[in-house]
Every structure is written in C-alpha cells, then in structure tokens.
Design a protein around this ligand. Structure first.
Ligand SMILES: *Cc1c(COP(=O)(O)O)cnc(C)c1O
Length: 457
C-alpha cells in the first residue's frame, strides 16, 4: 500500500502491451463496463487507490463473489486468491462460522452507540491470549488505531515528535504520510498533497535495519521523541524481515530514552499468532495496533497497551479518542467468530507449514533455473521479489526496475486463474482455505509465469 502512494498518479490504465505469453488474456468486458461507470462516481474509479491496477496491466477486476480460497469476477472468471482482501481473510472468503455468527447477531439490530456484551467477549479473547496488552480500545480501521496510538504516545510522554521507518506503512493519517528526505536521519517530507509541512516535520524518517541511523536519530532528538513506530514485520513495501538483534536494539534505545515503542501489527497481528510480530521476536512493545484479521472482513481496528498507559485515554485520561461505530456489534461478532477459529490447536502450525512448502517449492524451481527471483516468507505471508539478493531488509534494497517483471507475472497469473494484489510491492497471503491441491495448482501456474517472465518458454 505504500509504494502505491507514489504510483497512484502514474501509469496508463488499460494499457496492455501485446500478449506474448502462452495463454490468451481473460475477458474483462463486464469489469471494464463497471469500471467506466465507477470512474464517473469515484476518483480513479475506486475507493482505495491500490485497487486501480495502476502498477499492473489492464483495468481492475470487479469482484462478484468469494468462497474459500476462490474469487470470481464480474465476467465469471475464477481465481485462486492470494490477496485475501489485503490480509483480513485468514480463513478464506465467506467462512461459514463467521457468516453464521454475523447473521445471528444482525437479527438484533446493527448499531446502538452503547456498550454491548460482544465487545467484552472479543476483548477477552484478545487480552487472554496476548501478554502485551492489558487494556484495549476498538476503532473502525487500522488507520484510526495507529493515529490514536500516536496521540496516546504523545499524550503519555508529553513529547511531540515521532520516528518512523522508510518502507513502513501505517495508514493514511497526516503524521504518517511522510517519506525520507535525502540523508540518513531526516525530517519527513510529505508523501501526499494536503499534509501540512509542519506536521511532517514532527515525524523523523530513517531507514530500516540500520542501528547507526537509529543511534544518530536518538542523539539528535533525544528528549523530543514520543514514540518509534515500526511494522513488527514490515509487509507493505515488500516483506522486509528485520534481524532479531535490530529489534532488540530498538527496544533498548527506546527504553533508555523514555520513548514508547509502537508495534503496528495491523498485518502481522493474528497472522503470526495472537501476539503477532512481538511474539515472533519475543519483543515487548509499549503500544500495539491491530486491524485487518481482527475484524473477520468487517471494519475493526484496535490499539492496546498496559493498563497504566491506556489509563491516559478518555474518559479515564486526557487523550481524547472516540468513534460512533467503534465496537460495532456486527463487526465484533465477525471478530469473535474468526479469532475463535484461530485459537483451535494447531491452526497456525498447519497454515504456516502449508505456506512454507508453497514458498519453498517455488524457490527451488527458480533457483534451479538461475532466475533472479526470491520468495521471501514468514508464517503465511509471502513476497515475490525479482532479485538475486538473499535478504531485503530496507526499502532502498528494492530495485524499482524489477517491478516491470512483476507486471508481466501478474498478467500471466490472471490468465492462469491466480489473483495476486495488483502491485509487486505487495505481499500475498495463504489462508486456511487454500488446500494443498489449490496450492499445487497455483505453484504450477507461478512456475509457468516465471518461465515466461524470464523468456524461457
Ligand atoms: C493496512 C494497514 C494499516 C491501515 O489499516 P486500514 O484498515 O487500511 O486503515 C496500518 N498499518 C499497517 C501495518 C497496515 O498494513
């Protein structure tokens, strides 16, 4: 979602070079028709920019239906889906358990703006299974959760500046729509029109996995840094898996300086387990933010911390934060049903081993043919990178020119019934609904697409 910020105004939509693959292009007549109409209603025809297919070939596919690991578009094309609504659908599309719970709860009305028992129920599932949070607050999106966590950190520390990393995405709130300027430690430059320069100057931006930059930033802004925010495992601009030692260093330097550490776990939360990336690294962030999987496909986010820190949120404390639809009963029901499934014993073990086998199978093939191609993966998250580097841990290590190869791959995969998020900077997700049969089918299609990308067929 991050790279699309830069890309959203570029690219010629509908611009398809001659098909040099071995399969005809899928029909997009109905999708095209819907897209033309949508463009008269919405900027770019979409309600979130990355959906517009600006970084890949063709017009966006309008989805009609999802079931298990499959989606169908308006033209009736069927795809094995690895986008999973950008992460939330860890059980696949339309799982019976979630659908039934939502339908049941809906019979009693859809919103009250007053507390319900369902909020307690979902909170209990979360707090019982995550030793880092004692109290939480539900929001309606990941963006809102992160924005509120930042305000909490500022209110708690009485400091204004925050530090973020180039290559991490934290939603679209003003303080976080910033990118690095030139230099190791820089004030953020806005990455969107409409963000006041003075806001961006409250955000320091440095490269990932770089202890020197971190040390320098703390030397320079010592008593001004309210929080450092990092995606537990950065997964919005490639999959940039950080070294454990780096995460340890990050915790240490935050602690020494009275700066709060925020783990943005909107993707990794419940994806890598109930403690997300914090559990994965055995780290102890001060504040965590969750979203995506938490809502079971409905709009839910949350932030959480110790009771002491959360005590600063209104009405207990002086940091204001609210929401008309926060804790919405239907959304809570979806979260309860989905998380309950994830708690079943062996859930993550099975999912992760399927995903590992899938990723490693593709890698073996690419390595055997000497393709400059790597499948980076953790848990059930994977990222296809056209590179020969063994590790990619910061944004600067991604070669933008390699994205041309992704575009070809994306088209070849659509033509073979495989749906990936429409940008080479985006990760893919394996869900519990992907059976070994479909993963094997998808793997074969990916190998064929790689042969075409590298012109071996
Ligand atoms: C998706 C995402 C967000 C924003 O969540 P929305 O629900 O899209 O507002 C924030 N942080 C991370 C790490 C994300 O992946």
């Amino acid at each position: 979602m991050l790279e699309s910020l830069k890309k959203m105004f570029s690219g010629n939509e509908g611009d398809m070079p001659v098909n040099t693959g071995s399969k005809p292009d899928i029909s997009r007549e109905k999708s095209k028709e819907l897209y033309e109409k949508a463009k008269t209603y919405f900027p770019g025809g979409v309600n979130s920019p990355v959906r517009a297919f600006k970084s890949v070939y063709g017009t966006p596919l309008f989805i009609q239906k999802g079931d298990g690991c499959f989606v169908w578009d308006a033209d009736g094309n069927q795809f094995i889906d690895f986008c999973g609504s950008w992460g939330p659908l860890i059980l696949g599309h339309n799982p019976a358990k979630v659908r039934e719970k939502v339908t049941e709860v809906m019979q009693n009305g859809m919103s009250f703006g007053a507390p319900t028992a369902l909020e307690n129920e979902l909170a209990e599932i979360i707090i019982k299974n995550n030793k880092h949070v004692e109290k939480i607050r539900f929001t309606s999106s990941g963006t809102e959760a992160v924005m509120s966590a930042i305000r909490l950190a500022r209110g708690y520390t009485r400091r204004d500046k925050i530090l973020k990393f180039e290559g991490c995405y934290h939603g679209h709130s003003d303080s976080l729509l910033v990118k690095a300027g030139s230099g190791l430690v820089t004030f953020g430059e806005t990455s969107s029109l409409g963000v006041p320069k003075s806001f961006a100057e409250e955000t320091i931006v440095i490269p990932l996995n770089d202890t020197e930059a971190l040390t320098q930033a703390f030397a320079q802004f010592k008593d001004q840094l309210a929080a450092v925010i990092i995606e537990g495992i950065p997964a919005n601009n490639g999959l940039l898996i950080q070294d454990e030692a780096y995460i340890e260093f990050l915790q240490k330097i935050c602690k020494e300086n009275g700066t709060l550490l925020i783990f943005d776990e909107v993707i990794t939360g419940f994806r890598l387990g109930f403690e997300g990336a914090a559990g994965y690294y055995n780290a102890k962030p001060d504040i965590v933010t969750y979203g995506k999987i938490l809502g079971g496909g409905l709009p839910v986010g949350m932030y959480g911390a110790s009771s002491e820190i959360m005590g600063h949120i209104s009405p207990d404390g002086g940091v204001y934060q609210a929401g008309t639809l926060s804790g919405n009963p239907v959304a809570m029901a979806a979260g309860i049903a989905q998380l309950t499934e994830l708690l079943r014993s062996g859930f993550y073990k099975e999912l992760n081993s399927k995903a590992k086998e899938f990723a490693e199978g593709i890698q073996r093939f690419a390595t055997a043919r000497n393709y400059k191609f790597k499948v980076f993966h953790v848990g059930s998250i994977f990222w296809f990178a056209f590179t020969d580097k063994d590790k990619i841990q910061c944004a600067e290590d991604i070669d933008p020119a390699s994205m041309e190869k992704f575009k070809v791959m994306h088209r070849e995969l659509l033509n073979r019934g495989i749906y990936l998020g429409p940008s080479g900077y985006e990760v893919g997700f394996v869900s519990a609904a992907h059976t070994k049969i479909e993963l094997e089918k998808a793997k074969r299609a990916i190998l064929e697409a790689l042969d075409i990308v590298f012109r071996n067929k």
